[in-house]
Ligand binder design. Structure first.
Ligand code: SF4
Ligand code: SF4
Length: 386
């Protein structure tokens, strides 16, 4: 039996990708992305916030030419792994939310391994040595644009790649391979039309007209990538999101209509979600926190970021039942957490909150945290006078 034709091989690869757990699979060239100037302008405007790794000279050059990642690359196989839509907000008054992609195991670990298995299977079929490289958000590639070029969907006004059959609840991986396969036709149409639901629903108004977003205002960035204090003006908009945000995907009609359960997804949710009680998370000991982080995307926020987010979410509940847990955070060794706890207590208000913040101010030695405590006391006094 001779070697399969490139077209037959391509369809075989697509079927194998599906068997491996990739619900979406498309093929494109290694050519430079056409819209990299938009991305460069985004970087120049500082919309990437503290994600300095996106703006290094090396990252910029690689993004402009995927062959820099693998000079022998002839085809990029773009793979999408579906995950289940977000869990609805819990009715629990002290409950919180986590972005749907983060409810299961970390795709940064899983997807390259799945793509590697696909590469091994392709190598066996062509019976010739091949070079390949598997990435999933682990190399500077304009993944969504490359996905659009591979025919998977269009980039919506929410900045997500949207599949007309599956919506946008999927994460991408790319397999760069030294095998010449016929590219799929790019997805040329834009099916957002006059819809602007995502723009209207975004709590921090960070979606921009050129289909990018101002990361420095986006809840996903603020709760995951941002390591320090979250600007006070943005804390209310975070609501009860403890990690990431799905709002601009939840409202998208393409998800409402087409996204469905993904029970066999390698990214299927683990059993200890949703977050029914943010206090329990905040009071978790080291062992419980380690269990929460194990193999989970949540670990990206690290202890400080995760606890900071829980504190903000608790402040946004406005519930006095949160006071005790926040008082514990007010005594945390990390001043970042003490500052955010002061803010959260200020949001809940009342004499107990005032006493807690006042006592903490007497003991506090860190200048920045003292200022946050004073600010919270002022806020409490103003609220009491109303
Ligand atoms: S993830 Fe949330 S904050 Fe970020 S753009 Fe979407 S709706 Fe806005
Ligand atoms: S909500 Fe509407 S405008 Fe936003 S991405 Fe979806 S279809 Fe496009």
């Amino acid at each position: 039996m001779g070697k399969p034709s490139p077209h037959i091989l391509k369809e075989t690869i697509r079927a194998q990708a599906k068997q491996l757990g990739f619900g979406l699979c498309g093929f494109t060239t290694c050519d430079p992305p056409a819209h990299r100037a938009t991305y460069e302008a985004w970087l120049t405007a500082g919309r990437h916030g503290a994600m300095a790794y996106l703006a290094t000279e090396r990252a910029r050059r690689t993004r402009a030419d995927p062959r820099r990642l693998m000079p022998a690359c002839q085809t990029i196989i773009v793979l999408g792994c579906l995950y289940a839509p977000p869990l609805p907000p819990t009715d629990d008054p002290l409950g919180g939310r986590v972005a749907a992609y983060a409810l299961g195991d970390d795709y940064h670990d899983l997807l390259p391994a799945m793509a590697r298995r696909l590469a091994e299977s392709i190598t066996a079929q062509v019976d010739a040595p091949l070079e390949w490289r598997a990435v999933s958000d682990t190399a500077p590639l304009l993944e969504r644009e490359i996905g659009q070029r591979a025919g998977l969907g269009w980039i919506g006004k929410n900045g997500m790649l949207i599949s007309p059959q599956r919506g946008s609840y999927f994460v991408l991986a790319e397999l760069l391979i030294s095998l010449d396969l016929p590219p799929d036709p790019p997805f040329e149409s834009n099916r957002c039309g006059s819809c602007r639901r995502c723009l209207d629903a975004c709590p921090t108004a960070c979606l921009l007209p050129d289909r990018t977003l101002d990361a420095t205002r986006c809840i996903s960035y603020l709760t995951i990538e941002n390591r320090g204090d979250i600007p006070e003006a943005l804390r209310h908009g975070i609501g009860r999101w403890a990690f990431g945000c799905d709002i601009c995907q939840e409202v998208c009609p393409w998800n409402v209509r087409f996204a469905g359960p993904a029970p066999s997804s390698p990214l299927a949710a683990r059993r200890h979600f949703p977050l029914r009680d943010l206090r329990a998370e905040l009071l978790a000991d080291e062992a419980a926190l380690a269990a929460r982080f194990r193999r989970s995307p949540l670990r990206r926020a690290k202890r400080a970021g995760w606890m900071r987010n829980l504190i903000i979410a608790l402040g946004n509940t406005g519930r006095p039942e949160a006071l005790q847990a926040l008082e514990r955070a007010l005594a945390d060794a990390d001043p970042l957490l003490r500052r955010h706890a002061a803010w959260a207590l200020g949001q809940i208000g009342g004499t107990s909150a005032g006493r807690m913040v006042g006592e903490a101010l007497e003991a506090e030695t860190d200048a920045e945290t003292r200022a946050a405590l004073r600010h919270a006391l002022d806020h409490l006094a103003r609220a009491a006078a109303r």
